[in-house]
Design a protein around this ligand. Structure first.
Ligand SMILES: *[C@@H]1O[C@H](CO)[C@@H](O)[C@H](O)[C@H]1NC(C)=O
Ligand SMILES: *[C@@H]1O[C@H](CO)[C@@H](O)[C@H](O)[C@H]1NC(C)=O
Length: 193
């Protein structure tokens, strides 16, 4: 065989072997390390008296706020007849991962419907925290001052009759701004085929 042809074949096969070995190495997952998370240390948290927990947020001080009481999702739910009240719970992860307590909400009219959903917070420069909560019926975002213990005090209500339709998630971007999402609505009507 011609010397140059031999060199060419040798080079080609070396390149191919190198490619296949690398492919095989990656496909086999050699060199990856897998850390096992699942199934984890799961347990049921006690202390809830409402149902339909929807969202939660972990504050910088280790407390988790959990919104609960999504009544509107029940079929034929009649708001005018219901006395049901949603609740925001708190779990202090520095103390316990097994139970929650109810937060006091100050400033929201006692007679008004209270149905908390999406929840997020803003930490001010002075380290105090404002909590933003999506509420249904009326469809608003409410901002509360958190006292660091068990009380939320209403400080502002945001309303937008056109864009707040069926609010769902919230992400706070400053002490006076946020992103929200709507559910059950499409920008364009989707026709079933
Ligand atoms: C509680 O836990 C958080 C971390 O989740 C920590 O930053 C904070 O200092 C803790 N607070 C107390 C009072 O131990
Ligand atoms: C912390 O800062 C916020 C925002 O500027 C303000 O509304 C709040 O009153 C301050 N809290 C304290 C305890 O100074």
């Amino acid at each position: 065989m011609n010397f140059y042809l031999k060199v060419l074949l040798l080079t080609l096969s070396t390149v191919l072997i190198q490619h296949f070995s690398r492919f095989f190495y990656i496909v086999q997952g050699w060199g990856n390390s897998l850390l096992k998370h699942y199934p984890g240390d799961c347990h049921v948290v006690s202390g809830f008296s409402t149902y339909g927990s929807e969202d939660m947020t972990l504050l910088p001080d280790g407390k988790v706020l959990i919104s609960s009481g999504m009544f509107g999702l029940q079929p034929n739910f009649d708001y005018s007849k219901s006395q049901a009240k949603g609740i925001i719970y708190i779990m202090d992860t520095n103390k316990s991962f097994t139970s929650v307590e109810k937060l006091d909400v100050v400033g929201w009219p006692e007679s008004a419907h209270f149905e908390p959903h999406g929840i997020h917070y803003w930490e001010h420069q002075n380290k105090s925290v404002s909590v933003f909560v999506i509420l249904h019926m009326p469809e608003v975002v409410a901002r509360f001052t958190y006292d660091g213990r068990k009380t939320l005090t209403l400080s502002k209500v945001y309303e937008d009759k056109q864009l707040f339709r069926d609010l769902n998630g919230i992400f706070v971007t400053s002490e006076d701004s946020f992103y929200v999402t709507n559910i059950f609505h499409a920008r364009h009507q989707v026709q079933p085929s």
